[in-house]
Design a protein around this ligand. Structure first.
Ligand SMILES: [Mg+2]
Length: 258
């Protein structure tokens, strides 16, 4: 949950790992051993792990972050990562399950989606804070409860396309269970519904990192017989420690979650 983020304002590079960033908007990135050898496809527009802490980029980088979020680059990056995810899931399910939706359903192929900055966009929240791109639990709760989010059409379309393919869908979020009703209603209002599972962190394992909690959530889905073909998120912690075939990392230059 964002409440645990540390607020910092550091002049840090926005590129995670992007040797070919100038040539392609979606390519394999290597965030290190936490991804357990799984391939992660991203755009390079993610914050680096400056320590084992969650943090917000802060006002120092506000002009650069604003330029990225209001320009065409983020739209291109989201489209390219979503397209790569679509192609991978389509091909995997066709090869392993069959082409008919009922075959894919029976095969229990699953895609896991994160929510914040993956299916819903809270840029207007971070932009409006004082200082900009910091976090305040009070204003955050108000934002969630009033559905201040906008949609991210690229991931909404991906969600709907894989659902049509017969793929099962789980939402796995670090959000507190108290906000679940607000989140469900906001997702529906932004054109997203029909998921199979919605797992929220709640109060369990407060000491566990988001990466650890999400890996345990995927493990529990595997125990229920699902094969997690892809995990789509905006943080490396959405796809760390295995229990997935491939990760797809949407851009987020506003905050980092451990
Ligand atoms: Mg997120």
């Amino acid at each position: 949950m964002r409440a645990t983020r540390w607020v910092v304002g550091l002049g840090i590079a926005l590129a995670l790992v992007s040797p070919t960033a100038a040539q392609a908007a979606a390519f394999p990135v290597n965030p290190g051993p936490a991804v357990a050898g799984r391939t992660i496809i991203g755009s390079g527009q993610n914050l680096p792990p400056i320590s084992n802490s969650t943090y917000n980029v802060g006002s120092y980088m506000a002009p650069q972050v604003e330029a990225y979020y209001t320009g065409q680059a983020i739209q291109r990056d989201r489209s390219d990562v979503a397209l790569a995810a679509w192609r991978f899931v389509r091909d995997w399910t066709r090869d392993r399950c069959g082409a008919a939706p009922e075959q894919v359903r029976d095969c229990k192929a699953m895609v896991v989606f994160d929510v914040d900055e993956t299916l819903l966009n809270s840029y207007t929240y971070s932009l409006a804070q004082d200082p900009q791109f910091t976090f305040n639990p009070t204003t955050w709760t108000e934002y969630v409860d009033s559905c201040g989010y906008s949609s991210i059409p690229q991931t909404r379309d991906l969600f709907n396309r894989v659902k049509k393919l017969g793929v099962s869908i789980a939402l796995v979020s670090s959000g507190n269970r108290d906000t679940k009703a607000s989140m469900v209603s906001c997702l529906n209002a932004r054109g997203i519904d029909g998921w199979d599972r919605y797992i929220m962190r709640g109060d369990k394992d407060p000491a566990a990192s988001s990466a650890e909690y999400k890996a345990l959530a995927r493990e529990s889905l595997k125990r229920d017989g699902f094969t997690i073909v892809a995990s789509v998120g905006d943080q490396v912690s959405d796809m760390s420690y295995g229990h997935l075939k491939r990760g797809f990392l949407m851009p987020n230059t506003m905050y980092y979650i451990h």
